[in-house]
Design a protein around this ligand. Sequence first.
Ligand SMILES: [Fe+2]
Ligand SMILES: [Fe+2]
Length: 475
Amino acid sequence: MAHISDEKIPNNVNLSGDRRLQRALEKWQPKYLEWWMEMGPEGFQANDIYLRTAVSVEPGGWAHFDYVKMPDYRWGIFLEPQREERVHHFGDFVGQPAWQEVPGEFRNMLRRLIVTQGDTEPASVEQQRRLGSTAPSLYDLRNLFQVNVEEGRHLWAMVYLLQSYFGRDGREEAEELLLRRSGNADRPRILGAFNEPTNHWLSFYMFTMFTDRDGKYQLSALSESGFDPLSRTCKFMLTEEAHHMFVGETGVQRVIDRSCQLMKQDANEDVRAQGGIDLPTVQKYLNLWYTLSLDLFGGEVSSNASDAFAAGIKGRHREGRYEDHSCLEATYTVETVENGPGGTMQITDKEVPMRTAMNEILRKEYIKDCQRGVDKWNKTIAKHGINFELRLPSERFHRHIGIYSDLNTCIDGNPLSAEEWEARKGEWLPNADDEKYIKSLMQRVTKPGQFAGWIAPPLRGINGQPFEFEYVRLS
Ligand SMILES: [Fe+2]
Ligand SMILES: [Fe+2]
């Protein structure tokens, strides 16, 4: 039978058997709820939402759908079950048993990785907190809240690791995670993309398509970890993350679908005249969120990335696919940007030790995945018989971290002078008029089964329900 405290904090980590941890988490819980009420979704805390709740990690049995008020959501701690024989399978400790405790020499590195990951989770909730008032349908409103409560649970997952394995400074970090604020000048969130406003639904879909997908790759690399509790935590988070990317990928796809319909309805193919989002504007928001998300992987050449790989703490996406798990001898080709004659920038190739290129290797996997999504979007456009292709911009374009951060380029990656960039950036990135236009479309739709005019309905509803189901009870 479940212990009463297991009821308070749902978990599969035998919380009631660890009094110290239980007390720490029970102290943190009311602070978390305070944060949720202050910074979580605005205006819908008392409504019944048709949500999926993780109730266990048994395959197929972990998702339970029912109406729940968000503050009553059963945030809890779920890890993949422990496998006894698990060993380090990359880095310097290959073959040795995976760690169940934090080794002293890697304590700071691990804490930094966990805090950085943990910080992104509440940050995204903060970024999205006002979107509910302009939701294009109840279906979309419910999906937003599903993403929000799960990001809240991801914060719980990281806080569990901090409080279980990092003693006093772990508890301090857990408090700090509730004190930083997305976009706040004095106390910003740690990573750039998580301080950018997500203040309309096109940005929300692009964020869940591209920025949540960065999360997938970070979690995937950490799920390879030789620090076993981190690996098991991240594996379970990945199952939830898949839905967030679904919301983004299908959200943009539905915008595109509608845009194509409207193009054909207008004599001049003027989508804006018909109240839709034209494809060139979709491309601009793609450019913005994709490049912000590329930055999240960190520098192309990084000693931190090398150290984390060497320690067996952060691997590659699906590390098992690779032959060489030491990467001590191997090299990797990256570009370098140097000042050339007459103030020009010259880009050349350079070989670097492979371990130092782990951020870039992970980013390349991410890019492939993004391309797959864009290809699908292009199929939607082609199905309408419209001659237009969306594409991912060059990796050099609009970057703020790493080797391209001082370089201005066009969308194809060809260098531009600072003046050319200023004059032309509005061709590739959303400008003030685009923002104003998109925001003008954001009108709330509250009737079950109805959708705003700028987005097509989804193909199907949630959990086998029809899309006209009452996903959110507004009264
Ligand atoms: Fe997350
Ligand atoms: Fe997510």
